[in-house]
Ligand binder design. Sequence first.
Ligand code: ADP
Ligand code: MG
Length: 354
Amino acid sequence: MRDSRAPHPSRASGLPLAQLGEAGLIATLLDAQPPPSGGLGIGDDAALIPLPEARLVTSVDALVEDVHFRRNTCSAEDLGWKALAVNLSDLAAMGARPTAALLVLSLPSALPAAWVNDFHRGFLALAQAHGVWLAGGDTTGSPGPIMVSVTVFGVPGAQLLRRDQAKPGDQLFLTGVPGRSAAGFQLLERPQDHQTLPDAWQDSLRQAHLRPVPQIAAGLALAAGGARVALLDDSDGLACSLQHLAAASQVAVILEESALPACPARDAVARTRGVAPLEGMLNGGEDYHLVGCCAPDDRACIEAALRESGTPSFWVGEVVSPERGVTSGAWLRGLNGALHRLDGPMGYRHFGEG
Ligand code: ADP
Ligand code: MG
């Protein structure tokens, strides 16, 4: 039986978009998801999103071909998944429950309509998994690259988890192994360099890059626990997240190199490239895990809440009061005990700025 959520194959065939047209493309979405009770979805001038309460958490992200993805290494289905995942990760990092999304597609007219069909399949698979309703969007042509922008809406959990809540004495945690997405990206970019890596390792690293899993359940569990938690996601890399955490909370954050979780597959990719595995862990980004801290007395309950939500926790450092020697910002304590300031890349430089 055909999945009733997927666009009907007769509506989105191998036709280029120039023939299918904007209305044809939108028609493929009309029966994608039924509106929630009391809602109005795709087809009118605007959507009506029913809300259980009058506070919305919202976030938007754009993905541009050859900036964020390449058509030859990221399938349309993977891109659909990832476009939603990167936004859901932002809601997870606020401790919010996602409810609805808007989708903007800017597409070159020569693109086969099947590309859009596949994109929606990936998008809706993740949407369905988290009860997210695609309430509407916009579709335009593009003279060059594919551009995708997703806006998500959610309702706050028991408390909003902000990045400015870190306090000296807190312990620092991660909810996943950093650097795996960046290793997957290297495999996609230069497969010929990594042919001797076991297939299972290659698959799992590529999956980490192409199909990140937003940690919604973890964010909600942390919000529900009642303990003070400072939280953000690691979209631009761990070093960048720690800099944001330190700046927002006006503290010094110290990451312990010795506590960073091991991953033989990730480290093998780094060695083949001739770079230190630490580099990918600190600056790789796009893992879409959570980075946070809490008081030492709350560590056990935070750990338990994460475990119950099916999420691992790695305790990787501490927050200290800024002082001479360890000023406000992010620091790495290396294996030899020496402190290095993490003032490297603050995420991708979109405009090539210094
Ligand atoms: P308008 O001209 O009023 O902007 P559109 O023709 O752009 O209307 O859109 C018609 C309907 O289709 C609206 O409900 C809009 O939200 C929806 N829509 C358009 N493009 C998309 C898309 N890429 N994804 C989801 N919904 C879309
Ligand atoms: Mg429109």
